[in-house]
Design a protein around this ligand. Structure first.
Ligand code: SF4
Length: 148
């Protein structure tokens, strides 16, 4: 069976910064045909639930009280890559807009809910290592890719 790496919050696990989730039924439904491998890179990187929200600014990540939290994002990304490799995952469905899991857009570092083009730390590392990453709104694209 094909293993697909998935942001845990998309399948209803309460690992978001505010202790909630980003449940997406279509992502959960993938579990009927594929083996989902869930992860939360911010938790893997050592951050608690709940936590102060963070945004990427330049080549670092800061939380809303201006602490540099880059090291947690780097560690989380590395740990997710290890999980992907050990589970032979070629595909991932990640939560867009997150400083870890963002696939197309991220917040701009001003904490004003302003989105800009960009990818999260985990997404970047996974893609650098050949894993195809899709957002939660691209389940159909992923299925097309798998069927090819
Ligand atoms: S780090 Fe990824 S999996 Fe964890 S809450 Fe944020 S978007 Fe979801």
């Amino acid at each position: 069976m094909i293993n697909i790496l998935v942001s845990s919050c998309l399948i209803g696990i309460n690992c978001k910064w505010n202790g909630r989730n980003n449940l997406k039924d279509k992502v959960v439904g993938l579990g009927n045909h594929y083996n989902l491998v869930p992860f939360c890179s911010e938790v893997l990187g050592g951050m608690p639930i709940p936590r102060i929200p963070s945004e990427i600014r330049g080549n670092k990540v800061f939380n809303q009280i201006e602490l540099d939290v880059t090291k947690y994002f780097e560690l989380g990304a590395k740990k997710v890559l290890e999980i992907a490799i050990s589970n032979h995952c070629k595909y991932a469905i990640l939560k867009d807009h997150s400083p870890s899991c963002g696939t197309h857009l991220i917040y701009d570092g001003t904490f004003t809910r302003t989105l800009i083009e960009g990818k999260g730390y985990t997404t970047r590392l996974l893609e650098k290592n050949g894993i195809k990453v899709f957002s939660e709104d691209e389940v159909d694209l992923l299925l097309k890719e798998i069927e090819q």
